[in-house]
Unconditional design. Structure first.
Length: 235
């Protein structure tokens, strides 16, 4: 009985459906996954795989000011962050996705970005970035900010945080997420200010009013890593 009581609030199996977009305008950062994994589809939340490091990376990089779990993905808009997927259909692996799904997903994503107007679109996975921008596998892709834009938004590439992604160490993943945090602080200083406002307030100073220090725009140097990600959904 006790076990049933604890699991009574589990969401119904949604594996045949996609995940809801977690977005509220204005959007400073839009995170884009390739498609939901089966676990995420079952529980109805993004990046819910037990070995996925996404939520840990989000907090440890400073992109969100407090730890949050996949079940709290609806809170991302509180921090100026939105999340969506290129393809809505859940699969056990990305090998099950067809070219027509990628094409339809890109058209849908472009419409969303034009409507939401994020400052930065971060593609979570090198494979996803290759698919959207037509980068063949032999062509190196480095993590970090890219030269091209996506519907007038800056483009950033993050590693796939799946526990099955052996192409990047956790340290490399964290470096990329931290670089995104710095990029956002330079692109949208209000993003950093908003995160500070959510932190516990420091005792007021009686000496002089507080000053805002400008953050210089990060250079185009990027953390190492150019291999494509493992053939698993990003969430």
């Amino acid at each position: 009985m006790g076990s049933k009581a604890r699991t009574g609030r589990e969401r119904p199996d949604r594996s045949a459906k996609g995940l809801p977009d977690r977005v509220r305008v204005p959007v400073r950062l839009l995170l884009v996954g390739i498609n939901p994994g089966m676990r995420s589809a079952q529980v109805g939340h993004h990046f819910a795989g037990p070995s996925n490091r996404f939520w840990k990376l989000l907090h440890e990089s400073g992109l969100v000011p407090e730890p949050i779990r996949h079940a709290e993905d609806h809170r991302l808009p509180e921090f100026g962050i939105g999340i969506t997927n290129l393809v809505a259909r859940p699969t056990p692996g990305i090998d099950a996705l067809g070219p027509s799904e990628y094409a339809a997903g890109e058209r849908s994503l472009r419409r969303k970005v034009r409507r939401w107007r994020p400052l930065v679109v971060a593609f979570v996975g090198v494979t996803l970035y290759r698919a959207v921008f037509g980068r063949p596998a032999p062509q190196a892709v480095v993590l970090g900010p890219q030269r091209e834009q996506f519907e007038r938004a800056d483009v950033f590439v993050l590693p796939n945080p799946s526990g099955r992604n052996a192409n990047f160490s956790y340290a490399q993943m964290l470096t990329a997420f931290r670089l995104l945090r710095r990029h956002l602080s330079a692109t949208a200083p209000a993003f950093a200010t908003g995160l500070r406002d959510l932190a516990p307030a420091a005792p007021p100073s009686r000496k002089s009013p507080g000053r805002t220090t400008a953050v210089s725009r990060p250079s185009r140097s990027r953390p190492p890593g150019s291999s494509s990600t493992a053939g698993t959904p990003d969430s």
